[in-house]
Design a protein around this ligand. Structure first.
Ligand SMILES: [Fe+2]
Length: 163
């Protein structure tokens, strides 16, 4: 699958999960717990395949500034995510943290789709994007198969990864 199509598909999936979370009723504790861990795992996998595979491939003079901003945004998201995972759903800040996370994700997704992806589509061939997408899909499957991919997030909150 084309790498950018894959990332956009994942963006839509996470947006839908946040919408489901938002529309879960006040008392729907179990539903919120389930959706929160699904959102956490999806974001962890998404960040990992971008940082490990997509960003290095996308790196060039024209995208370097955007990518530096992107990894800082990932770091900010991971820090909120780590607080969510640590505090759990009973923490009185839980809903506020989920809201902040959602806003960060929306901003990040918007920027990638508006600024980064068009540049990468221009600089990479269809074949390159197809090959990259296949490798990203494989890594994503492996991370999900390992189970609970979000468990690594609290160890990734010191600094943004090198790109
Ligand atoms: Fe990203």
């Amino acid at each position: 699958m084309n790498a950018i199509d894959l990332l956009e598909k994942q963006h839509r999936e996470v947006e839908e999960l946040f919408e489901e979370f938002e529309s879960a009723g006040d008392g729907a504790k179990k539903t919120k717990e389930r959706l929160c861990s699904k959102i956490s795992d999806h974001l962890a996998v998404h960040a990992e395949i971008e940082e490990k595979l997509f960003y290095p491939e996308a790196k060039q003079e024209k995208t370097e500034d955007i990518l530096r901003e992107s990894v800082e945004e990932h770091l900010a998201m991971k820090r909120v995510l780590a607080d969510i995972l640590e505090g759990g759903t009973d923490d009185e800040q839980f809903m506020a943290r989920m809201k902040v996370l959602q806003e960060q994700v929306e901003h990040h997704v918007e920027e990638e789709e508006r600024e980064l992806f068009p540049k990468v589509r221009k600089s990479c061939s269809k074949e390159e994007l197809e090959d990259l997408g296949n490798r990203m899909e494989t890594l994503a499957e492996e991370l999900f198969a390992e189970g609970e991919p979000s468990k690594h997030v609290p160890d990734q909150t010191d600094h943004a990864p090198e790109i």
